[in-house]
Design a protein around this ligand. Sequence first.
Ligand SMILES: Cc1cc2nc3c(=O)[nH]c(=O)nc-3n(C[C@H](O)[C@H](O)[C@H](O)COP(=O)(O)O)c2cc1C
Length: 163
Amino acid sequence: MHGEQIFSADEFRGALGAFATGIAVVTTRDGTGRGRAITVNSFSSVSLDPPLILFCLGKEAFHYEGFAEAEAFAVNLLAAGQEALSNRFASEAEDGFEDLETESLATGSPVFRESLAALDCRREAAHEAGDHLILIGRVAALKAPRAADPLLYFRGGYAGLTR
Ligand SMILES: Cc1cc2nc3c(=O)[nH]c(=O)nc-3n(C[C@H](O)[C@H](O)[C@H](O)COP(=O)(O)O)c2cc1C
C-alpha cells in the first residue's frame, strides 16, 4: 500500500465490509464453449440509457484471463438460500457446472434457472483499476426477477433481509 496511507489493509477491508451488498455469479463461455463462473459482490448498476452495469474482476482470480477477454458475460443475482452456489464459484477448487440447470438468453453466457434475476451483457468497456479490472457490460437481455428474497453479504458473511 502507499506510504501516506494511515490505515491497514485489514482496516480497509473492514470498512468496505460495512457496506451490505447482494451476491452475483458472473458467467461466460470460453472459445470451446466451456462455461466459466465467478462469485462477485462488486456488481453495480451504471447507466439506464444505455443500459450499463459493471463488476470488478480481481487480477489474481482463477478465471481472470477468461473474463478479461470475454466479449459477453451474464450476471446472475443470487436468491436467499443460494449460499452453496455462491461458495461453489468463489474458489477455483469447485467451479463445475455439473447438476446446474442453465439457459441462454441473448449472448449464450450461462444463466442459472434458479437465479433471482439475470442480466445478459455484451462487453462495453474495460478499465484497469489497481489490482482489479472494471468490466462494463451493456445489457442485451434480462431475466426478470422471480418472487424471492436476495442473498446478502455483510461484514464478511452471508446475511438475509429482515423486514
Ligand atoms: C462474497 C464474495 C464476493 C466476491 N467478490 C469478488 C469480486 O467482486 N471480484 C472478484 O474478482 N472476486 C470476488 N470474489 C472472489 C472470487 O469469487 C474468487 O477469487 C474466484 O472464484 C476464483 O477463486 P480463487 O480465489 O480460488 O482463484 C468474491 C468472493 C466472495 C465469497
